[in-house]
Design a protein around this ligand. Structure first.
Ligand code: 6PG
Length: 467
């Protein structure tokens, strides 16, 4: 009865997380139906005096000190509901269940309301950083009952990643706030991954960079303003030898990207909110297009491609660095804009400066840029869009022309760059005081009497067009 923390699901993430908890001198008890996983945990190393595990749920729950803090690291969906039902008979009032998976945020709201009736607190709490992060320090995004969070806080602050000593975890808001923030984190992750893959594509196709050169380019970028986890691992990927043959592994990997849904949910919900996130939308679409491999192969044979325009290697590399930086900024801007709006719509009361801060280390989208982003939100808590932050105007202004040149070069050469061009188009549209959508209003009124407003007088108008 004196274990500080319980963990359900001893897969790779769960095992790593529980060992991290024990490393930080909390006593942790794990639960999994699979005896092998329980055994693996007990022998895997780390601070084993602090770790125990069982395949029996009653033993597990009874080992925990009250209020119990039980984290679930199980696949999102029905399993989460099943685990909750299995736990319930053994729980007491004020116990806390934390869902650390990528659950859909409305599921979290439903579970929170259901458990609240029973006096149990439920936290939807995204965990980012993959297996290594879970072991060494992830970024954690909890949402739920604020008072109950005080019980979880010391453990989460100890196990989370640190940025200059500051823990990459914070209470984010009520109900599904934490899950929602993690969902958008993943949407941004999709966007940044798409952008890096496009830059890789053009550097390879247009100026024939070898894997060694690609490694050097990304490695160099990672030492500058593009410093980020995704750029860092990209550099590493180009170095990896094929373990089953000659050459580099990256060249043998089938170009069909899978997805588990969080990027799609981000786009879907952005549409529901009416907030444009085209750099994320296109990243989801590109995974879909990539999956249509056979159709792509058939279509490729039907059409000619333009010749790739000529350009000096060094010029393209310099242009690509600027364009990628520009597109990273506009992608973060879109995701954060969505969070700002979702906060109002769902009453999350999110503090975007805090969110940017807990993303500075531990998570997949961690980047040097996030320190600048969090500063921009510290300066103006009500900032709707990063593109409106005075500190970002010069960063964007300086890099947008390379972005234009690169997108134009890619279009002329027939190299798809939908992420970079969507980022540019988003920027050009968002910063246009005048757009041609007056014509759309005219068309709507013409064929459907949908009415329109005027820019020179108040009111709602309709016209008998052509009369
Ligand atoms: C993280 C990741 C993680 C996610 C993977 C896979 O923050 O550690 O976002 O939670 O599961 O990135 O996502 P896809 O399978 O959809 O690419």
């Amino acid at each position: 009865t004196d274990y500080d923390f319980g963990l359900v699901g001893l897969g790779v993430m769960g095992r790593n997380f529980i060992l991290n908890v024990a490393d930080n001198n909390f006593k942790a008890f794990g639960y999994d139906l699979d005896q092998e996983k329980v055994d693996a945990l007990k022998t895997e190393g780390g601070n084993l005096e602090k770790v125990n595990a069982a395949t029996d749920i009653e033993t597990f729950v009874k080992a925990l000190a009250t209020p119990r803090k039980i984290m679930l690291l199980v696949p999102a969906g029905k399993i989460v509901d099943a685990v909750i039902e299995n736990l319930l008979p053994f729980l007491a009032k004020d116990d806390i269940i934390i869902d650390g998976g990528n659950s859909f945020f409305t599921d979290t709201d439903r579970r929170e309301a259901y458990l609240q009736e029973k006096g149990i607190h439920f936290f939807g709490s995204g965990v980012s950083g993959g297996a290594k992060g879970a072991r060494k320090g992830p970024s954690i995004m909890p949402g739920g009952n604020k008072e109950a969070y005080t019980h979880v806080k010391p453990i989460f602050e100890a196990v989370s990643a640190k940025y200059n000593g500051e823990p990459c975890v914070a209470y984010l808001g009520p109900k599904s706030a934490g899950n929602y923030v993690k969902m958008v984190h993943n949407g941004i992750e999709y966007g940044l991954m798409q952008l890096t893959s496009e830059i890789y594509d053009i550097l390879k196709k247009a100026v024939g960079l070898s894997n060694d050169e690609l490694h050097t380019v990304f490695d160099t970028w990672n030492k500058g303003r593009l410093q980020s986890f995704l750029v860092e691992i990209t550099a590493e990927i180009f170095n990896q030898k094929d373990d089953k043959g000659d050459g580099r592994l990256v060249d043998k990997i089938l170009d069909k990207a899978k997805q588990k849904g969080t990027g799609k949910w981000t786009s879907q919900n952005a549409m529901d909110l009416g907030i444009p996130v085209p750099s994320i939308d296109i990243a989801v679409s590109m995974r879909e297009i990539s999956a249509l491999k056979e159709e792509r192969v058939a279509a490729d044979a039907l059409y000619d491609r333009p010749e790739i325009a000529s350009i000096a290697k060094e010029d393209l590399i310099a242009m690509a660095e600027e364009a990628l930086y520009f597109a990273f900024i506009t992608t973060y801007a879109q995701g954060l804009h969505q969070l700002a709006d979702a906060s109002k719509e769902y009453n999350y009361e999110l503090d975007l400066s805090v969110i940017a801060k807990i993303w500075r280390a531990g998570c997949i989208i961690r980047a040097g840029l996030l320190a600048d982003i969090s500063n921009a939100y510290v300066q103006d808590k009500n900032l709707n869009n990063l593109l409106l932050a005075p500190s970002f105007v010069p960063k964007v202004q300086e890099t947008v022309s390379s972005s234009r040149e690169l997108v134009a070069f890619a279009a002329k050469s027939g190299i798809p760059m939908p992420g970079l061009s969507n980022s540019l188009t988003y920027f050009d549209a968002y910063t246009s005081s005048k757009l041609p959508l007056n014509l759309i209003q005219a068309q709507r009124d013409h064929f459907g009497s949908h009415t329109y407003e005027r820019n020179d007088m108040e009111g709602i108008f309709h016209t008998e067009w052509g009369a």
